[in-house]
Design a protein around this ligand. Structure first.
Ligand code: AMP
Ligand code: MN
Ligand code: MN
Length: 337
């Protein structure tokens, strides 16, 4: 277990540092990009040398957030070692920190680290840890740190953090939405966060090739088990190739399955390198997918989790998922209250 710190402690840590490196997780989602670029903007506004780093290109829909607020194009060990503090945002485990080829955990843990996250099973052992599984998003924690600092928030930082909050709560529809999330959202709006821009980028900017990819997925790739309570899809490489679509831009694709009437647990899986990446969602808190994902070596939240599975073929993934989801639907592990 970590020694936990408060948003005020985290604000003090950041205030005491001059050069700050900001890292987030691999395959960054809206919360990862928003929390990191928001913190970069906020810290730069306060006169710090603060740089976020993303080893792979950002999802297309979030590129605008980096305009006038560019992250580092590359990062060496020397550059990282020259920082006073490395802020790690939205990363559930050391293995998911996106440091690029040179910055593995063995190296990173030799640096002064501040770990800010909202995943319950967070295993990043940093010198300072602000880990709060009740927080709807890492962006919410970033905003709380900024508010605790007493410094003024710019429109850019507020917009990035509201985007992270909106993407991780599915536009305030998921069960992680609570009064705290809405109150922070209200404060971010009061700081000038651009809601129209966020919603247009996140919900109303689907490229044509993605629209066609999704139509094919729905038409030809859905599978149903347990009376339609489990809906899943295996996405073969040919499907991605046919529409020139990359799962880097696939945040939200799983919601196509979640939208289906009667679906309780939904899953998507596709090949990533030598392994299979599985995304899981639950629509009923009596059947949380987080513990199941963790038991299979993955992680995430109760209602949204993922696993990387090394298995011989997609059939083996399908068999394993059906078996585990069947057990979960049978027993229905009641969620902790
Ligand atoms: P995704 O399905 O990739 O959108 O991820 C849903 C949630 O599960 C996020 O909170 C991720 O951080 C977490 N997650 C996804 N994949 C993995 C994995 N292979 N190992 C641990 N956690 C994961
Ligand atoms: Mn994330
Ligand atoms: Mn998050």
């Amino acid at each position: 277990m970590h020694e936990l710190c408060t948003p005020g402690d985290a604000a003090a840590k950041l205030a005491a540092a001059e050069r700050i490196l900001i890292l987030t997780h691999v395959k960054p989602d809206g919360d990862a990009v928003g929390s990191a670029l928001g913190m970069q903007k906020f810290l730069r506004d306060t006169g710090k040398q603060a740089d976020a780093f993303f080893p792979a290109p950002l999802p297309q829909r979030y590129l605008w957030m980096a305009e006038g607020n560019a992250p580092l194009p590359s990062l060496s060990r020397e550059q990282a070692a020259a920082c006073d503090l490395v802020l790690v945002l939205d990363c559930a485990s050391p293995l998911r920190i996106a440091g690029g080829d040179d910055l593995d955990w063995e190296f990173l843990q030799t640096l002064p680290l501040l770990n800010v996250d909202h995943h319950g099973g967070n295993t990043v052992e940093a010198g300072s840890n602000l880990v709060d599984s009740k927080a709807a998003a890492a962006s919410l924690l970033a905003a709380e740190i900024a508010f605790a600092s007493g410094r003024e928030l710019s429109r850019g930082a507020a917009t990035a953090w509201l985007l992270g909050l909106i993407t991780d709560t599915g536009g305030f529809r998921f069960t992680n939405t609570d009064g705290r999330a809405l109150r922070i959202a209200a404060r971010l709006l009061d700081c000038g966060a651009e809601l129209e821009k966020i919603n247009n980028a996140v919900f109303f900017s689907k490229p044509r090739n993605q629209q066609e990819f999704e139509a094919d997925l729905l038409q030809n790739h859905l599978k149903f088990a347990f009376d339609g309570k489990f809906v899943y899809a295996w996405l073969p490489e040919e499907l991605f190739a046919a529409y020139h679509f990359d799962m880097r831009d696939g945040e939200g694709v799983i919601d196509l399955l979640r939208e289906l009437e009667g679906a309780v647990i939904v899953a998507l899986f596709y090949r990533r390198g030598d392994a299979f990446k599985v995304s899981l969602r639950s629509k009923d808190s009596r059947y949380p997918v987080g513990p199941m994902a963790r038991a299979l070596g993955g992680g995430g939240h109760d209602m949204a989790a993922g696993i990387t599975l090394v298995l011989p073929d997609s059939g083996a993934v399908e068999t394993l998922l059906c078996q585990e989801v069947g057990k979960l639907l049978d027993t229905g592990t009641p969620k902790d209250i």
